[in-house]
Design a protein around this ligand. Structure first.
Ligand SMILES: *Cc1c(COP(=O)(O)O)cnc(C)c1O
Length: 342
């Protein structure tokens, strides 16, 4: 067990959170004259600050209690609030494993927190021996582990994550934005065992709701309470909550789309590995594929000139390009274009 309160910034510990009119009274019927809303219109009322209906559905789907769920304005908010709750600007540090998702770096910089970037090894796995010295550094409050990792596409070994959870006395955030596409199970089931674990997921990828901005965090309720304390009161709009609720009512559609993306991933992997110019196709547990080519900058530009936009990751992984899995038609356009580039 980690003593969570010892990790929390003192201003957050003593914070009196904003008390919104709508969280005091939760009844549905009544004459609502408490929040200075406009009585006319359809989006005139403030949304549920606790997202109760959405959390009920997520609790059932994920097999957790509603008290173990935070819903944010995208994963971006889950990441940002972690810095704001646990890291004193200009003083504390966080750590992640590169190459990885760029938002940890940006969010750390916004919050004036030094982010230590430990390189992943040649198999894109965590190198535990070089990590060990950091376990005893009390200024490191957060570790971000992205699994499946963006942009490399691989899962991080469970044994390494378990080792970190057991030995690191700060907060461990496992970013599972792509877990729906992976062969491994989510770590959500581990939040009972590790009270310093935050599992972050999103509606942006497998649920197809990137435009709605919905990120989720699963953790011990002590951590979730801290998130609720510092979040903006109405951080998830009525429209966004509705979009998520509707998506969760259509699990079949989600599963169908997921199945198409997974079979397309297999097909694209195979097609690309048969092209001579493609030197390596990294195996993927996500909805994108990382490929290595002779000259990534060149290929990227050639594709852009045909209105095909991929993600050039040359500055992260030498001569690599990350390609999202699209519809079968989109994937054919991509495959043919790479085939025909000389
Ligand atoms: C896409 C992505 C997310 C999703 O971010 P949202 O703010 O929820 O859209 C989170 N983490 C990683 C690693 C991602 O690649």
């Amino acid at each position: 067990m980690v003593e969570i309160n010892n990790l929390v910034r003192s201003n957050v510990l003593t914070l009196q959170p904003y008390s919104s009119a709508r969280s005091k009274f939760t009844g549905k019927d009544g004459t609502f004259l408490d929040a200075n809303e406009n009585p006319f219109g359809t989006l005139n009322r403030y949304p549920d600050p606790q997202q109760s209906e959405l959390k009920k559905k997520l609790a059932q789907l994920k097999g957790v209690n509603t008290q173990n769920i935070f819903v944010g304005n995208g994963s971006d908010e889950v990441i940002d609030l972690a810095f704001r709750i646990f890291c004193n600007p200009g003083k504390d540090k966080a750590l992640t494993f590169s190459p990885t998702y760029g938002m940890y770096n940006v969010s750390a910089a916004i919050n004036n927190i030094e982010l230590i970037e430990q390189p992943l090894n040649s198999a894109f796995q965590i190198d535990l021996p070089t990590l060990r010295p950091y376990f005893n550094d009390p200024s490191i409050k957060l570790m971000f582990i992205c699994s499946p990792n963006n942009p490399t596409g691989n899962l991080i070994d469970r044994a390494a994550i378990d080792y970190i959870l057991t030995n690191f006395k700060g907060i461990v955030i496992v970013d599972e934005a792509y877990i729906d596409f992976a062969t491994d199970e989510s770590l959500i089931s581990m939040i009972d065992q590790y009270n310093n674990l935050i599992v972050s997921q999103t509606f942006s990828k497998a649920w197809g709701l990137a435009a709605a901005r919905l990120g989720t965090a699963y953790a011990d309720k002590e951590i979730i309470n801290l998130y609720n304390k510092v979040k903006p009161p109405y951080n998830v709009s009525e429209l966004n909550q509705k979009a998520a609720n509707e998506a969760l009512d259509k699990i079949k559609k989600y599963e169908e789309n997921l199945a198409v993306i997974l079979s397309e991933r297999k097909r694209v992997e195979k097609a690309l590995s048969n092209i001579k110019e493609v030197q390596k196709v990294y195996p993927s547990d996500a909805n994108y594929i990382l490929i290595e080519v002779q000259n990534a900058d060149q290929l990227y530009t050639d594709l852009v000139n045909q209105n095909i936009i991929t993600r050039n990751r040359n500055n992260q992984v030498k001569n690599c390009i990350r390609i999202s899995i699209g519809t079968p038609e989109e994937n054919n356009i991509l495959i043919n274009a790479i085939k025909n580039i000389k």
